[in-house]
Design a protein around this ligand. Structure first.
Ligand code: NOJ
Length: 591
């Protein structure tokens, strides 16, 4: 029997299943597993002083909004002093705040004001590299005998058969070109897996490690933060032979070099050292951005027994249809690939002492509605709610990226490459843009996949610049701010924002099912609909059905002999027993 009486998503009846404490848990319950984490990318969040750049005061001003949304933890992307070549992932001083974002005082206020409201704060820990403007690097490059020379990775040139100077090996940077830059001053190259201005620290050097710990970790834990998101956490330990990597892309001079820097020989030793000396004593939490890796490799970082980090981001979903070595080599995907990715991610920790995360957006990813839903005016809200339904039902700590809660979408396709600011996109376009000027195909993929899509300013209201700033924004505000903004959604019960609030409440209310439950996909072969069960340790079940197409499809109840009670729906009309509307999503409790 299907109980649809309470189909209206504003008045769903939650009373049919009671939840008692489970006495024999195989999955250990922890507050951070049940938390909703909200990522703030400061430059584009909220500008409080009219200089066109988001700032820490702007974050403080919106803490009540985040609390109301149901957030428990705020992750702040780098707010440290930086020349901003990679938007703060190039740090010149871990103990200072980037001037346009504010001061140390502002950060202390943010920590206090968050704690007052029961919100925790985690910071981005970027310690694979610094900026080339960091004092450590300035000293390191000054001479071969400087005591900090060995804090970074320096190698002499190679010379080809014609006597031309070449980089020490064929490693490619993530941001195009060689991973080595020549420094005339000492006639050596330094390694940078990312931009030229982001030299990699040499983790083999104990003094360098101690300096990183003191400045980047201890300094902030002592200020009272609650943990870290660990940037590029799998890359610190390089294979010390620094040999050429095998050729993967014959059309490129420099090659993806993960083989020799991802999960390197000493990586687990380093993470254990950080955990034991700093994270555990401060009772802090950590989430690692370890990068693409197999389950076996991932478990080495996040098994509780390993004592390295609490959880990590798995990339299965955000890399669906993408070549993980080059985001712009886009292959496309179908719903079955999508299901497989969610299955891998959501069942990652099953039967282990590890834990995982659920996310489909962050500052490195395009907007999820444009990528996995449908960003046309007709289906934007519906498909956004369908994606929210999916996410709140899955196992792992849930991460939401700023603007996701109001359904922000990718930049308009009509915008010129000049509107894109990200070093990754800009360098890629420079390297791959056609000399004939015919770049339509390249712009299609850039518009779909570029990180810039997640970096346009948050649209707070329908006033000029979407209320993000009273000045001139550092990057262009999306043209759609009058249609998509926080203010217009706050009091509209049918809005994306209201739906997120409701969905988050539901996830917390039925946490045994959604946060901790096991995922069982019921319709692997179906190319239109995604249907699955979440099953908790006591055998309680939730039945989730989502139409991932822009057309109405037949709805066949796969559990005809059960009583189903609707607890979440993204429709405002009466539900059909036989049809699912475009992008319709439902969650039922099963009895
Ligand atoms: C991963 C970060 O998420 C990304 O934004 C950054 O460019 C690189 N690490 C380098 O720090």
């Amino acid at each position: 029997m299907v109980n649809h009486q309470s189909v209206n998503h504003q008045s769903v009846n939650h009373r049919t299943v009671s939840h008692q404490t489970v006495s024999h848990q195989t999955v250990k319950h922890q507050w951070w597993k049940e938390s909703i984490v909200y990522q703030i990318w400061p430059a584009s969040y909220k500008d409080s002083n009219g200089d066109g750049v988001g700032d820490i005061r702007g974050i403080v001003d919106t803490l009540d909004y985040l609390k109301e949304l149901g957030i428990d933890v705020i992750w702040i992307s780098p707010m440290y002093d930086s020349p901003q070549d990679d938007m703060g992932y190039d740090i010149s001083d871990y103990e200072k705040i980037y001037e346009k974002y504010g001061t140390l005082n502002d950060m202390e206020d943010l920590i206090n004001e968050s704690h007052k409201r029961g919100l925790k704060i985690i910071l981005d820990l970027v310690i694979n590299h610094t900026s080339n403007q960091h004092e450590w690097f300035k000293e390191s490059r000054s001479s071969k005998t400087n005591p900090k020379r060995d804090w970074y990775i320096w190698k002499p040139p190679r010379y080809d058969e014609n006597g031309n100077r070449q980089p020490p090996n064929n490693w490619g940077s993530y941001f195009s070109g060689s991973a080595w830059t020549y420094d005339q001053l000492t006639d050596e190259y330094y390694l940078h897996l990312f931009a030229e201005s982001q030299p990699d620290l040499n983790w083999e050097n104990k003094l360098a490690r101690e300096a990183i710990y003191k400045s980047a970790i201890l300094f902030w834990l002592q200020k009272g933060i609650d943990g870290f998101r660990i940037d590029t956490a799998g890359m610190y330990s390089k294979v010390q032979s620094f040999k050429d990597v095998p050729i993967i892309f014959p059309d490129k001079d420099f090659q993806p070099c993960k083989l020799y820097h991802q999960h390197g020989p000493r990586i687990h030793e380093f993470h254990k050292e950080i955990y034991e000396r700093f994270i555990e004593p401060f009772n802090a939490i950590t989430v690692g951005e370890v990068g693409h890796s197999t389950r076996e490799e991932s478990l080495k970082y996040v098994s509780e027994e390993a004592k390295e980090m609490n959880m990590m981001f798995l990339f299965d979903v955000v890399e669906v249809g993408v070549d993980s070595r080059d985001r712009f080599r886009y292959k496309g995907y179908d719903l079955i690939d999508f299901k497989r990715a969610f299955h891998t991610q959501s069942s990652f920790s099953e039967g282990t002492d590890a834990w995982s995360t659920i996310f489909i957006e962050n500052h490195d990813q395009p907007r999820s509605i444009s990528r996995f839903g449908n960003d046309s005016p007709e289906f934007r809200v519906q498909s956004g709610k369908a994606l929210a339904t999916l996410q709140v039902a899955l196992t792992g700590t849930e991460f939401i990226y700023q603007g996701q809660e109001i359904g922000m979408i990718n930049l308009p396709r009509s915008w010129d490459i000049k509107e894109y600011q990200d070093i990754n996109t800009v360098n890629y376009f420079r390297e791959n843009g056609s000399k004939t000027g015919d770049n339509e195909k390249l712009m299609d993929v850039i518009n779909l996949m570029a990180r810039d899509n997640a970096r346009s300013p948050i649209q707070w209201n329908s006033s000029s610049q979407g209320g993000f700033t009273s000045g001139t924004p550092w990057t262009r505000v999306h043209d759609n701010y009058e249609q998509i903004n926080v203010e217009s959604q706050l009091h509209d019960p049918t809005s994306m924002l209201s739906f997120w609030k409701q969905a988050i409440r539901l996830r917390k209310q039925y946490k045994e099912l959604f946060v901790y439950g096991r995922l069982e996909i019921l319709d692997w072969e179906n190319e239109n609909i995604f249907t699955f069960l979440k099953i908790d340790e006591r055998g309680n079940k939730a039945y989730v059905v989502i139409n991932f197409t822009a057309k109405s499809v037949n709805f066949v109840n796969l559990l005809p002999d059960k009583t189903l009670t609707l607890i979440l729906s993204n429709q405002s009309k009466e539900l059909s027993e036989t049809q699912l509307m475009p992008y319709e999503s439902r969650i039922y409790l099963v009895q």
